[in-house]
Design a protein around this ligand. Sequence first.
Ligand SMILES: [Zn+2]
Ligand SMILES: [Zn+2]
Length: 346
Amino acid sequence: MTTVAAYAAAAAKAPLERTTIERRAVGEFDVLIDIKFVGICHSDIHQAREGWGEAVFPMVPGHEIAGVVAEVGPGVRRFKVGDHVGVGCMVDSCRECENCRAGLEQFCVQRPTWTYNAVGKDGKPTYGGYSQKIVVDENYVLRIPDGLALDVAAPLMCAGITTYSPFRYWNVGPGKRVAVVGLGGLGHMAVKIAHAMGAEVTVLSQSLRKKEDGLRLGADHYYATGDPATFDNLRGTFDVILNTVSAPLDYDAFLSLLRTGGAMVTVGMPEEPVQIQFSSLFGNRRSLTSSSIGGIRETQEMLDFCAEHGLGADIELIRADQINEAYERVGRSDVRYRFVIDTATI
Ligand SMILES: [Zn+2]
Ligand SMILES: [Zn+2]
């Protein structure tokens, strides 16, 4: 076992403080990673505050991990010391169910082992990336290609795959009109990725405050949802709407913007149940659906795609002692567009 410095929340809604945690000894198929950077995902905040239900404390959040391989177990074949690697939302799964066999480990019927706020196969709590090292089975470690800097690659491990996977599944590409609702951590990656896939991209944001950024990131159009004329003008326009907002929305109004057969994919997770009118779906065979990260294979495909297109996140690099302030700022959407912790400061 190794003792490692980390930042943890001792209880729900408690501020995060410096502490130490134990990492398991490097097993036969394990990779020990020196974490260099870790992104702050909105879901870290939801979980540290128990917004999604009872959580495991103390909690070391962080599932947007980028680092360098420091040691490998004797059975490891895919990685060697010095490789640039990433870890996302899961660190294990059953490997035997039909979803795991299909490369959809995120839908493992036994539930994947989440990177934090979970219990591992050894019966011990898992701790995430707000720490200096992590030990992960090689099958759940991703390769970060050369040409992607580790700091801007870290947020791809959640924000990148969460937007890439639904775009692949719902066939985003040339000739498709895509709307991205919300221009935050997820939204800004969604714009970059949909644009790189060749789609016509529209940002739907509450106001026009970030319009210049949206266009710079690759959007073709930018509209304010605070303006009721937007919903009249864009009626029946989009093949796919990716909703990255976790606050509840007027889903019926957004569904009216889909073409016949179009899909609205919600990747923001509201904390409370929501209401929709089924007539919003029925008239034009529209779908309201969702998506959760991506499998290991697809996450690697996303990293390779981002490297090929030169796509990293737009980040604000912070010290570990700024985490609590960063949480407050994420709550106010005051970040462009992802906070990334320099783990050397932990
Ligand atoms: Zn996340
Ligand atoms: Zn499984």
